[in-house]
Design a protein around this ligand. Structure first.
Ligand code: SF4
Length: 180
């Protein structure tokens, strides 16, 4: 089966790519992540991914649109929460590309992370799949999380300290003030 794999970053790709190749999938990667802020961080993650795909000889399609203002507006005004919008934006673009270019299904490396909202990713992806009329291939990659961490360290890939958006950067670094 030909599968278009949305890739959020190099380290998160390490286990899913290994697993899917072992399962016999014909795989291409797809980078579309305008949720990554600031722009220098976006560039760093993309460069890391490009280094990774070169090492493992994986085809990578890059959509480097950086619709910062649109992302922030949607994140701030989302009724369903910013992560819902963020997943939908990225998975819809992936599904559209997969459909337009003859892939049989799409999936995402977001499914490897124990820090992501796993069920929400599934719900959003299944809705997108129905609307865009292309199957979503679900895999629970989470059992391979630590293996992926080990591979990324072995390959000396840059490992980012926060999810992606500027809100997640704040949550990572802003420590609550101690009560006096
Ligand atoms: S926390 Fe992560 S998934 Fe949620 S909106 Fe920010 S970048 Fe997207």
């Amino acid at each position: 089966m030909s599968l278009l794999l949305h890739i959020c970053c190099g380290p998160c790709a390490a286990y899913p790519v290994k697993f899917l190749r072992e399962q016999g999938y014909s795989l291409s990667g797809y980078f579309y992540n305008p949720n990554i802020h600031p722009y220098k961080e976006f560039q760093k993650r993309l460069e890391t991914l490009q280094d990774y795909v070169k090492q493992v000889e994986l085809e990578l399609i890059v959509d480097d649109q950086y619709c910062l203002e649109e992302f922030l507006l949607q994140a701030l005004h989302s009724e369903q929460g910013r992560c819902h919008n963020c997943y939908e934006m990225r998975l819809r673009q992936t599904a559209k590309y997969a459909k337009a270019h003859g892939f049989e299904a799409f999936s995402s490396t977001l499914l490897v992370s124990p820090y992501q909202k796993h069920q929400l990713i599934i719900d959003v992806a299944e809705q997108v799949a129905r609307q865009e009329e292309i199957p979503f291939a679900y895999f629970d990659f989470r059992s391979g999380w630590y293996e992926g961490v080990a591979i990324s360290k072995q390959m000396e890939l840059y490992r980012q300290p926060y999810c992606g958006c500027i809100f997640s950067e704040k949550e990572r670094y802003l420590k609550p003030k101690k009560e006096k």
